[in-house]
Design a protein around this ligand. Structure first.
Ligand code: ADP
Length: 588
C-alpha cells in the first residue's frame, strides 16, 4: 500500500484529468450543439464529483452517507454516459434506465438508513454499472462499421471498465482505496474516454466528408455559381463552382488565381454594391444586383447573396456566395417597361390624331345646325366661305380620314399583339404586275401625273414565284403610290420599277417607286417609318395619319423583305421594298 499522500496525488491527477475532459466536451458542445456531447460532459462532471468524494473517503473513516453520495454520483455518471451514447447513435433513450437509476437510488438510501453493510449499499449499483458499461460498448462499436479490431477493442474496454466498477466494492478497501486501485481506475477511465473520443472524431470526419461531397454534388451541378471566399488571414477564392464558365465565360482557374476577380469584372457603376456584398455589417437580406463583364465583353446581370463565417471575436473570416444570372429576367423587365412606354405614347398619339378631325367635324356640323338644315345644300353661311354642300364634302372627307385612321390603328394593334395572320398564296411576278401594279395607272394619270412602269423583261424573272398576301402587298403599293401622288405636283411623274434585288444569297424582287415631288428632308427621312411620324411640311398641308409607312414596313418585314427610302429635298423621293423570290425557274 502506498502512503496516503501518494493516494491523494493520484486522486488529484484523476480529478484534473476528469475536469479537463469535461471542459473538452463542453467546448465541443459550443461548436457542434450536438446533444450527446453535452450528456458526456455531464457524465464526466459526475465522475469528477465522485472522485472528490473519494478524497474524503480516504482522509477519514468512510461514513455510509459519503459512500451513498459517491454511489449516487457514479449512478448519474453512468446514466449520462448512456444517454449520450443513445443520442450519439440516434436512438431514443428508453425510460427504463431512469427507472433503474431511481430504484437504485432508493436501494442505496434504504441500505444506508438501515445501516446495511457496504456491500449491500453498492450491490445494485455495481450490477447497474457493469450493465451500463456493456450496453455502452455494444452501442458505440456499431458505429465503427466493418472495423472488427476497433469493435473488439471498444467492447473490451467497456467490459473491463464495467467489470472493474462492478467488483470494486468487493475489492474494497484492499484494492479500490489503494494507489493501485486508482491507477487501474485512471488507466481504464483514460482508455474508455479515448475510445469514445476516437469514435466521436470518426463520426465527425465521416459527417464532414459526407456533407462536403453533398455540397460538391450540389455546387458542381448547380446552374448558379457558388463560391467560397476567404477573407482572413489572406483573401482569395477557396471554391468556385464550374457554373462560372457558363455564366461569365471565365473558368474556375481565373478566380483561384485572382482574388479580386469579381471586382475586376464588375461594372464601374456597380462597384459600390460589390463592397456591400462583402461587408458583413451591411447585414443584407436582399440579394445584390450587379452587372459583370462576360469574357466576351458584354455585361451579364447577376444577383448575388453572401453569408459569412466569423471567428471567436466576430471577425468575418469567410464569405459563401451564390451568384445567379438574371439577364433574361432583366430583359423581360426592360421589355415590359418599353412596352408600357410605347403603350402610353400610342394612347397619347391616338387621342391627338382622333381629336383634330373630330373637332373639325363637330365645328362644321354645329355651324350648319345653327343655320338650320332646310335647304342645307345651297345655304350660304355668313361666317364661313362656301355653301352647305362644301361643308358636307369637308365633313365627309374628314369622316373618311377618321375611318382610315381607325382601320390603320386596328391593323397596327393586331400586328403588335401578333393576332394578324397573313393569308399567303403563290403568285408570279407577272401576275403581280398585271393584277396589282397596273391598276394604279388610272388613279395616277387621273391626277394628271405621268405613270411609268418598267420591269425586267426576262421571262425567268416574270415567271418567278412569290409567296405573298396579295391584299397586304397591294396595301403597301397603295400607301407608297398615294403618298407619291400626294407630294407630286400636276405634270409630275411616278416611276415604278420591278427588278432583281438580293439579300445575302437570297434572290429578291426589288420594287422601287420614285416620284418627282418635293422630296423628304434628311432629318425626316430616318423617321418616316415611325408610328405617327409626319414631316412638318405635310403635317399641316396634307391629309394623312402617319401610319401608312409604319404598316407598310410591318407588312414587308413579315414577308421577310426590307423597305427603305431615298430622297433629295426638292428633287423627289424613291421608296424601295423587297420580297423573297421562291422557285424562280418553274414556269418559263
Ligand atoms: P401619311 O399618312 O402622313 O402619309 P405615312 O406613314 O404614309 O403617313 O408617311 C409619313 C410621312 O412621310 C408623311 O407625312 C410625309 O411627311 C413623308 N412622306 C411619305 N411619302 C412621301 C413622298 N413620296 N414624298 C415626300 N414625303 C413623303
Amino acid at each position: 500500500m502506498f502512503p496516503v499522500s501518494q493516494r491523494y496525488i493520484l486522486l488529484l491527477i484523476l480529478i484534473l484529468f476528469v475536469s479537463i475532459l469535461s471542459l473538452v466536451y463542453f467546448t465541443a458542445f459550443r461548436n457542434s450543439r450536438e446533444k450527446y456531447i453535452n450528456y458526456w460532459g455531464l457524465s464526466w462532471i459526475m465522475y469528477g464529483l465522485s472522485l472528490v468524494l473519494n478524497v474524503f473517503l480516504i482522509s477519514q473513516p468512510a461514513t455510509p452517507l459519503m459512500v451513498a453520495g459517491k454511489q449516487f454520483c457514479d449512478l448519474l455518471n453512468s446514466l449520462f454516459l448512456l444517454a449520450g451514447t443513445y443520442s450519439f447513435v440516434n436512438r431514443k433513450f428508453p425510460a427504463y434506465w431512469i427507472q433503474f437509476t431511481a430504484v437504485n437510488s432508493i436501494w442505496i438510501g434504504l441500505a444506508v438508513y438501515y445501516q446495511l453493510s457496504f456491500l449491500m449499499i453498492t450491490l445494485l449499483s455495481s450490477i447497474f454499472f457493469s450493465i451500463v458499461a456493456f450496453v455502452n460498448g455494444v452501442m458505440l462499436q456499431t458505429s465503427l462499421g466493418k472495423n472488427f479490431l476497433g469493435r473488439f477493442i471498444v467492447i473490451s474496454v467497456f467490459l473491463v471498465w464495467g467489470s472493474y466498477k462492478a467488483y470494486y466494492p468487493y475489492l474494497y478497501p484492499a484494492l479500490s482505496n489503494s494507489s493501485t486501485g486508482y491507477s487501474v481506475e485512471l488507466i481504464l477511465a483514460n482508455l474508455m474516454n479515448l475510445a469514445i473520443m476516437i469514435i466521436y472524431l470518426r463520426k465527425i470526419r465521416e459527417e464532414l466528408t459526407q456533407s462536403e461531397s453533398l455540397f460538391r454534388v450540389f455546387a458542381e451541378n448547380a446552374q448558379d455559381m457558388i463560391y467560397v471566399y476567404r477573407i482572413s488571414p489572406n483573401m482569395g477564392y477557396v471554391y468556385v463552382s464550374p457554373a462560372c464558365a457558363e455564366i461569365l465565360g471565365y473558368g474556375q482557374e481565373y478566380f483561384y488565381q485572382n482574388s479580386t476577380m469579381l471586382a475586376s469584372i464588375t461594372h464601374p457603376d456597380d462597384i459600390l454594391y460589390l463592397d456591400a456584398l462583402f461587408d458583413p455589417s451591411a447585414s443584407l437580406n436582399e440579394p445584390i444586383t450587379l452587372r459583370l463583364r462576360h469574357k466576351l465583353g458584354h455585361y451579364v446581370w447577376t444577383e448575388q447573396k453572401t453569408t459569412f463565417q466569423f471567428d471567436e471575436v466576430h471577425n468575418s473570416i469567410q464569405a459563401e456566395g451564390i451568384l445567379r444570372d438574371i439577364t433574361d429576367r432583366k430583359k423581360v423587365e426592360e421589355e415590359l417597361i418599353l412596352a408600357e412606354a410605347s403603350r402610353q405614347t400610342l394612347l397619347t398619339d391616338v387621342s391627338h390624331e382622333l381629336r383634330t378631325p373630330i373637332t373639325t367635324i363637330v365645328g362644321y356640323l354645329s355651324v350648319m345646325r345653327n343655320n338650320g338644315m332646310k335647304n342645307a345644300a345651297n345655304m350660304v353661311i355668313p361666317d364661313l366661305n362656301g355653301t352647305g354642300t362644301d361643308y358636307l364634302d369637308f365633313i365627309y372627307k374628314k369622316a373618311l380620314h377618321l375611318q382610315r385612321l381607325v382601320q390603320d390603328l386596328f391593323q397596327l394593334t393586331q400586328y403588335d399583339s401578333g393576332q394578324d395572320y397573313l393569308n399567303f398564296s403563290q403568285i408570279t411576278i407577272r401576275e403581280l404586275i398585271e393584277q396589282t401594279v397596273e391598276k394604279y395607272r388610272i388613279d395616277v394619270t387621273g391626277k394628271n401625273i405621268e405613270f411609268q412602269l418598267h420591269y425586267e423583261q426576262d421571262p425567268q424573272f416574270l415567271n418567278a414565284f412569290l409567296i405573298i398576301d396579295e391584299e397586304r402587298i397591294d396595301q403597301v403599293f397603295t400607301n407608297i403610290i398615294y403618298n407619291a401622288m400626294k407630294f407630286t405636283q400636276l405634270g409630275g411623274e411616278i416611276n415604278v420599277h420591278l427588278g432583281y434585288g438580293s439579300e445575302g444569297l437570297k434572290q429578291m424582287l426589288q420594287v422601287s417607286i420614285a416620284d418627282t415631288g418635293e422630296g423628304i428632308d434628311e432629318s425626316d427621312l430616318v423617321k418616316i417609318f415611325e408610328r405617327f411620324y409626319r414631316s412638318k411640311k405635310s403635317e399641316n398641308k396634307r391629309d394623312g395619319s402617319g401610319l401608312g409607312l409604319t404598316i407598310s414596313k410591318e407588312i414587308i418585314e413579315r414577308h421577310k423583305g426590307a423597305i427603305w427610302a431615298e430622297s433629295k429635298a426638292g428633287k423627289g423621293s424613291t421608296f424601295f421594298f423587297t420580297i423573297p423570290i421562291y422557285q424562280p425557274n418553274i414556269k418559263s
